[in-house]
Design a protein around this ligand. Structure first.
Ligand code: SF4
Length: 381
């Protein structure tokens, strides 16, 4: 089965105070050298692997749309040269509503991008300022319409809930606004305070109250009910999609991660996984560019995962898929033993506690477990 391809674009106009991704502001002068390095890394890997098949491409970051349409398309062309890309492949890019224009979207669509993931986060300008976002709510709406006019028929909106002092009414209004736009896909994430970020320092220093877990849980439950009523399928813990005219808008690329399938990551800090090993590139943009320019490998390190770790990961990732879960035959196909042989005690306990259930041959999280999923996953790791 073909690879999933991830391309990391580590540039942002400004760092958001809650973000701990590998991304940088103020190094725009490195953009073109970085694009050149990416093209070279993709070409080398494609050649080394004998131009293998690829099933999906995802440009993430960072903010891919800080690059020009021409730069983004030149990277995608490199993927096409290095890999036999499935003609029906999902080709996605993240986009920040503060960095888009009609021309960029048009050229992206023309060169083959067919899905956009817009980092909207909120439809409230006060919340957007708190989050340090570079766009307003109305710019997010404009970006959505621009994407539609450019011909994108598959659009995801990212929204955040559980912001400090966020009122449930504001969250409800955000969902209504999102539903009004009618995207094919929604990703909803609770704001988390990541160690070392400015937000973490504000919370530690008492300038900002920590997110209230009970309030966040209520917002999540509300979203589950509201999106269900609006006809969205809740197919992954944090992800919903439309099913229309026999078409399913689940994120094909992310399904590769959740199904524990193989992917290659290109760019600074990008991770790859071949089913047994995981490896990752150096995170620094300058070091990544230099290594590629010297003809050296950009890989910083890697690990061969034990069978037990791989099994635990397959359970943890697969259970995130609420409808599909972990099919026993897939697990047995990957590891040569079935789920009960590998995790009989854990599964029996979790079934008794009402946190997982069998549906035919697949193990699924129960609704009760959606909010405590990390506790369930921990049993398998
Ligand atoms: S735009 Fe996205 S990737 Fe960039 S700093 Fe903000 S949250 Fe992080």
């Amino acid at each position: 089965m073909g690879w999933g391809i991830y391309v990391h674009i580590p540039f942002c106009v400004r760092r958001c105070p809650y973000c701990d991704f590998n991304t940088y502001a103020g190094i725009d002068y490195l953009k073109q050298p970085y694009v050149d390095a990416l093209i070279e890394e993709i070409a080398r890997t494609g050649e080394r692997l004998g131009r293998p098949e690829a099933r999906s491409v995802f440009f993430g970051g960072g903010t891919p749309t800080t690059l020009s349409g021409e730069q983004l398309c030149s990277i995608l062309e490199a993927v096409r040269r290095g890999f036999r890309l499935d003609p029906g492949a999902e080709i996605s890019s993240e986009a920040n509503p503060g960095t888009v224009d009609a021309e960029r979207f048009r050229s992206m669509r023309e060169c083959g991008f067919n899905r956009l993931s817009l980092g909207v986060q909120s439809f409230d300008d006060g919340e957007l300022r708190f989050l340090g976002r570079i766009h307003s709510a109305s710019e997010a709406v404009d970006a959505y319409h621009l994407a539609r006019r450019a011909g994108f028929e598959s659009i995801n909106l990212d929204l955040m809930f559980g912001l400090p002092e966020q009122e449930p009414e504001s969250w409800k209004a955000a969902l209504e606004k999102a539903l009004e736009l009618s995207p094919e896909h929604l990703s909803l994430y609770a704001l988390t305070v990541e160690e070392g970020t400015p937000l973490w320092r504000w919370v530690r220093g008492g300038e900002v109250p920590p997110p209230d877990e009970d309030v966040s849980a209520g917002m999540y439950e509300y979203a589950c009910e509201r999106l269900d009523a609006a006809g969205y399928a809740h197919y992954e813990i944090s992800n919903w999609c439309r099913r229309r005219d026999g078409t399913d808008f689940r994120s094909r690329h992310n399904l590769i991660y959740w199904r524990h399938e193989r992917y290659l990551g290109f760019g600074a800090g990008a991770h790859s996984f071949d089913g047994k090993k995981r490896w990752w590139n150096v995170p620094g943009v300058r070091e990544y560019i230099d290594r590629i320019a010297e003809g050296a490998s950009p890989v910083e390190s890697g690990e061969v995962l034990s069978e037990r770790t791989l099994m635990g990961e397959a359970m943890m990732l697969g259970l995130r898929l609420l409808e599909e879960g972990v099919p026993n035959d897939r697990f047995a196909g990957e590891f040569g033993v079935d789920i009960m042989t590998a995790f009989g005690d854990e599964v029996t306990e979790l079934v008794d506690e009402g946190l997982v259930r069998w549906h035919g041959d697949s193990l699924l999280l129960t609704h009760r477990a959606w909010l405590v999923a990390n506790q369930v996953f921990a049993r398998f790791l």
